[in-house]
Ligand binder design. Structure first.
Ligand code: ADP
Ligand code: MG
Length: 462
């Protein structure tokens, strides 16, 4: 399988699969959960059967079983956090160990023998490093401040409060900061956790009556990182506790790093004294990435997956996903997955096919490209025809329909629309819009086509 699929895919789906048996006409694989089983079944079945045929020299059925107990020695895996090895919070404070090779972070990234205080539900993702973070105008400050906090914990950027909407890289930067600290000072006791975990631990401690132990755990660290601190909203009692934790650490010169989906002031019901403390150090926002940054991210993510996308394809994706880097990344994964599984080269057409939902049902505004694509498909004309000077009826009607649609569903001006269709001026567009408006009244066929295109472009119908 390794020879047949992308390394990334192999890591994700096959590193944690085991060969149970290969007798006679059947090969049995085991994976840890039913999700993985159904994924392999849906997407890798054919490739698996081919691999089996090549390896065994004859055809055999491939069966996939689920075995939750399956264990592996994943030590050399670069990106496979071994969840089983993680224990609950304070129990796994690794004692500071002897001299270490501080030039390498590899050991840290495997999660073994470091000063990182593992928290039960969070594991650092080895891909979330500064090296892998694409910097643009939207996140330059956030990136620089994260680096600053990582280089001098407890100093200039304390507390460091990072905010921005979902999927823009907050967690990525938080974890990069942790790696950067550990790279320099491997013994640093970092407690990294989601706000939810803090809340849950606190509630449990209250119930079990061991607040002392709870406090001991949270207040004896060098760096406290709490992701999604906005979850403190409406939790007065936990806010109170967090306030004391914060003060203890801050007064002891320990670094505090927080992320949130909104600035301190906008977190509902957050106590004033916490708001003012959160603003005391460095507050940085990650804003929506611009087109250029989105394109650069798509290119970076595709390179990371071993299949670099061209500028054209990266631009096509970046144009359509504007508000969430995670979705941008998802599109890259889907496209590469699709191309690999179907053994096709990645062309603009393949991208449209693989990412059909992005191209037909628009999330935001439909683009001129969307319109042109629908119209050229419908009337079997070419873009150059629409943009040409041709007055042939077979070209004029589609061209006018395209202008009409552009007027209805985009925010382009009359001049821009005219310009797009072969440098025509705005009066031509007005004429086209009026003409199609009248045709819709009198000609059912035109009315149906326009109606259909409008609903596809605006996503009313799939
Ligand atoms: P948040 O915590 O803000 O919701 P994440 O940190 O989880 O967002 O980011 C979502 C995904 O997008 C991650 O896989 C992350 O690596 C990626 N990402 C976000 N911003 C960037 C960037 N500037 N460069 C590279 N990857 C990014
Ligand atoms: Mg996050």
């Amino acid at each position: 399988m390794r020879a047949r699929i992308q390394p990334e895919q192999f890591e994700t789906w096959f590193r944690r699969a085991a060969l149970l048996s290969a007798d006679g006409g059947e090969v049995v694989l085991a994976v840890q959960n039913s999700f993985a089983a159904s994924w392999l079944q849906s997407y890798y079945h054919e490739v698996l059967e081919q691999a089996v045929r090549t390896t065994l020299g004859h055809r055999a059925d491939v069966r996939i079983e689920v075995d939750p107990e399956l264990t592996f020695d994943l030590a050399p895996a670069p990106s496979a956090p071994d969840v089983a090895a993680l224990q609950d919070g304070v129990d796994c404070v690794a004692p500071a160990q002897g001299p270490r090779d501080t030039t390498s972070t590899e050991g840290l990234r495997q999660g073994g023998g470091t000063g990182l205080l593992w928290n039960s539900d969070v594991v650092l993702n080895p891909k979330y490093t500064f090296d892998n973070f694409v910097v643009g105008p939207c996140n330059r400050l956030a990136h620089a401040a994260s680096m600053g906090a990582g280089e001098a914990p407890g100093k200039a950027y304390n507390p460091f409060f990072l905010h921005g909407s979902v999927g823009l890289g907050k967690t990525h930067l938080l974890q990069s900061t942790c790696f950067s600290v550990l790279e320099r000072w491997p013994e640093t006791r970092i407690l990294y956790l989601s706000c939810e975990t803090f809340v849950n631990h606190f509630i449990n401690a209250l119930q079990d009556g061991d607040l002392a132990e709870f406090r001991n755990k949270y207040r004896n660290v060098d760096v406290l990182v709490v992701d999604d601190i906005h979850m403190l909203a409406n939790k007065e009692r936990t806010q109170e506790e967090f306030f004391h934790t914060f003060n203890t650490l801050y007064n002891a010169g320990k670094q505090i790093v927080l992320s949130s989906d909104s600035p301190p002031r906008d977190i509902p019901t957050l106590q004033e004294r916490l708001v003012s403390r959160f603003k005391m150090g460095m507050v940085a926002e990650i804003e929506l990435p611009c087109y250029e940054t989105r394109t650069a991210i798509v290119k970076r993510k595709s390179r990371e997956r071993g299949v670099p996308l061209s500028d054209e394809i990266a631009g096509m994706i970046a144009e359509r996903i504007e508000t969430n880097v995670r979705e941008l990344e998802g599109a890259v994964t889907r496209l590469i997955g699709f191309a690999t599984l179907t053994c096709q080269e990645i062309t603009p057409d393949l991208a449209r096919d693989a990412l059909r939902d992005l191209f037909v049902v628009q999330r935001g505004q439909p683009t001129m490209d969307d319109i042109v694509r629908l119209v050229t498909e419908q009337f079997d004309v070419r873009v150059v025809d629409l943009q040409s000077k041709s007055r042939a009826a077979s070209i004029v009607l589609p061209r006018q329909i395209a202008m009409y649609l552009a007027r209805k569903v985009t925010r382009q001006s009359l001049g821009e629309i005219g310009g797009f269709f072969g440098g025509r001026d705005h009066s031509t567009v007005i004429y086209a819009v009026e003409k199609i408006g009248k045709l819709i009244e009198s000609d059912h066929a035109v009315a149906d086509i326009v109606e259909e295109h409008l609903s596809r472009l605006t996503g009313n119908r799939r």
